[in-house]
Write a protein that binds this ligand. Structure first.
Ligand code: MN
Length: 374
């Protein structure tokens, strides 16, 4: 009677009775008749991923020349916590998501993506990793979306891959990790890439990487090259070069996304607009390209920012005021940042519920074409 008789059914009956009385007690105490609603949907849009083939290829990039800083960064990260394991391990990723009620990761190949390789290797790795990501998304469409990597060092190859990633693989956008061989995408030779993105409706995430070789030496001492400052300086410069080039006037439907609360630029809006106006209107001839709008206006029409790595309510409130809640998306920057901190930051953000919902998931659904929750 002791063993089998203590059956699951009698155990369950006791558990149900116990749970029932606890629920009644809880309802009486709270004075409500319904269970709490499920937590707000969370879509995190800048979540790094890698596969072993990419890891092996990165390990073989020579540690001198234009990729010197990136190779140093890659080797350093291999020794910090379990970052490399977490880039590869989908089980660990999903249990971290589940533990923190994160509904979805928008995955992307971690920086510097395919941009440290020669053109042919880069295109091969882009196709391989994009195929791999498409499979992950197909297997778990409620948990994952993904951005495609493309090689700017092979513009025709990149254009073909943008079209394949959108039309055949159904990926949710494109990611490019700032400079390629020290060159920025405002150079007209790269504009066909943006034309292909606009033509296929693909948002282009401009993600950081180690600073341009032309300025890298000034970031090496004090270890300023990384997320502490170098990534933001590099990527903020890249973004303001894109704006200044007139790219968004030429392609008004182009959507660009940048992380890290706009890579510092929103805090500069007043000064950038003010000096842009002076340099265009007071100087004859103008000292800057004449744009259709003020530089900061493009953050409302063409650019979205994400919260990756900036779990700071004051910065979020400021971004809400100057960029607008429609142009901000939640991101964790897994596995480089802690999921717990990012989730607690967004769930406790001092903003009205309707704005918070846009930041937490609605803008991501719109920008990346993610299916709304049922
Ligand atoms: Mn990132």
């Amino acid at each position: 009677m002791n063993g089998p008789e203590t059956s699951e059914s009698s155990f369950n009956r006791r558990a149900i009775l116990k749970a029932g009385s606890a629920t009644l007690t809880g309802m009486a105490a709270a004075g409500v008749a319904k269970a709490a609603p499920p937590p707000m949907r969370l879509i995190a849009v800048e979540e790094a991923w890698a596969c072993p083939e990419w890891m092996d290829a990165m390990a073989s990039v020579p540690a001198q020349g234009l990729e010197e800083d990136e190779v140093r960064a890659f080797r350093m990260l291999a020794h910090i916590g379990d970052i490399h394991a977490r880039l590869l391990d989908m089980q660990l990723r999903q249990s971290t998501m589940d533990q923190n009620a994160v509904d979805m990761h928008v995955l992307s190949l971690t920086a510097p993506g395919v941009q440290s390789f020669d053109g042919a290797t880069a295109l091969r790795l882009a196709r391989l990793t994009n195929d791999r990501l498409a499979r992950i998304v197909a297997d778990q469409p409620r948990r994952y979306a993904a951005l495609a990597s493309v090689p700017p060092q092979d513009v025709p190859g990149a254009i073909a891959e943008i079209r394949r990633a959108r039309r055949e693989l159904g990926l949710n956008g494109i990611i490019i990790n700032s400079h390629t061989r020290g060159e920025y995408l405002d150079d007209r030779k790269y504009w066909p890439l943006f034309e292909a993105a606009a033509e296929t409706g693909a948002p282009v995430y401009i993600h950081p990487r180690t600073p341009n070789p032309a300025m890298a030496p000034l970031f090496r001492d004090y270890n300023l090259w990384g997320a502490i400052y170098g990534y933001g300086a590099e990527t903020g410069l890249h973004l303001i070069r894109l704006i200044s080039s007139g790219l968004f006037d030429a392609l008004p439907d182009l959507k660009v996304v940048v992380g890290h609360m706009g890579e510092g630029l929103p805090y500069w809006f007043y000064r950038i607009d003010h000096m842009h106006r002076n340099m265009v209107t007071l100087a004859k001839p103008p000292l800057r390209p004449v744009l259709k709008k003020m530089p900061s206006d493009y953050f409302r029409s063409n650019i979205s920012i994400t919260t990756s790595g900036v779990n700071w309510h004051q910065a979020l409130q400021f971004a809400d005021q100057v960029v607008g809640a429609d142009n901000i998306m939640f991101a964790i920057d897994y596995p480089y940042e802690r999921t717990e901190e990012a989730v607690s930051f967004i769930r406790s953000a001092p903003l009205p519920a309707d704005k918070l919902e846009r930041i937490a998931f609605r803008n991501a659904e719109r920008v990346f074409g993610i299916k709304p929750a049922a």
